[in-house]
Design a protein around this ligand. Sequence first.
Ligand code: SAM
Length: 222
Amino acid sequence: MQRIPEPELMDEFEQARAYAEADFSEPNERFVALFAEKFPGLSAGSMLDLGCGPGDIALRLARRYPGLDVHGLDGSGPMLAFGQARLRDEPDLAERVRFLQGILPGAKLPLDAYDAIVSNSLLHHLHDPMVLWHAVLDHGAPGAAVLVMDLFRPASTAAAHGIVEAYAGGEPDVLKQDFYNSLCAAFTRDEVREQLAACGLETLDISVVSDRHMVVAGRLPA
Ligand SMILES: C[S@@+](CC[C@H](N)C(=O)[O-])C[C@H]1O[C@@H](n2cnc3c(N)ncnc32)[C@H](O)[C@@H]1O
């Protein structure tokens, strides 16, 4: 099926609340486990989470790696407000986790270059996907670890509806609609391969890790 882009920012309060209250613990924990598996030697330094939303993954990574400073960037104020509230509940992390509001491309960040860049479910929101890959190149240190996970677009609208029912059948309608829109807005593996080739990131590896997720991982050139 053809890609149907969706709005980039999730900046309506109800939408952000439904997202922040949904249980993404399984895929988010899988994201953290994948990071540990792909980058076993990396346990300290700086990490940037692009499109961090309500911050669940950034906080999980900060908990797992006490030597890591984690900066989460998002353009949505409501999403970040949920992240800040979670951070207030975990004062131990306050020194190492920062949530920053900014819109890609062009967002200003506190550090020039990060040792690791991660992103979950941002790519499919971007009208121009190259915005993500250029952000990775612009903000990653030489040799930085990169882990990007996103949905891939199903073959048909029927398949997309099937995935929504299978994984979000019991969720509020606003979340089910978001999920369906996201599947329709997602890229295929071949499209992502072309995106990486277009900006010299073809050393990153693309793998399909579930019936709806793909992962792009590797290191920036040293
Ligand atoms: C589906 S959410 C994913 C949130 C989080 N990474 C997670 O896995 O739970 C996508 C997030 O990307 C943000 N976003 C979309 N386009 C953006 C842009 N151009 N600049 C900054 N943030 C953006 C949205 O506001 C939203 O919070």
